[in-house]
Design a protein around this ligand. Sequence first.
Ligand code: NI
Length: 178
Amino acid sequence: MAKLDIITLPDRKLRLVSEPVERVDDELRRFADDMLEAMYAAPGIGLAAIQVGVPRRMLVCDVAQREDEEAEQDPMVLINPQILSSSDGRTTREEGCLSIPDYFAEVERPESIRVAYIDRDGKNQEIEASGVLATCLQHEIDHLNGKLFIDYLSKLRRDMVIKRFTKQARLSPRPAAL
Ligand code: NI
């Protein structure tokens, strides 16, 4: 399997609005598996395609071990996910992002959501998500729209984070990919 690299701030691709997936085929399923591998290796509980530089509306997640370390892996692949409805009730949870390493902040979002998506077999699905899964899906769907969790923070805090990562990138430029 191809190893995928996760892009981080201040990579401008993170601000792209991803395009819908048009066909679910073996190539896309392989890409989903590669995304899951990169997510588990990171380790993380969710990953959007744009985080590996691919502007397609697709995400993977697995919150099973977040709630119970002994739990079996429960990978999900959501293609062209769409939030159909959000609860009025809101909840605040600490979030992090594989594209903003080692930075965490509390974000308030709807407590539960209903999401329509296409699964890895190309079938239409709907899911009612609450708890960590609801937070995770909203965070990942934001990525598909070029939005990051730091956008929910005050401008002052957001600018601080962006400045920190921009400075880091300047001090230790990533080696050229050969
Ligand atoms: Ni993220």
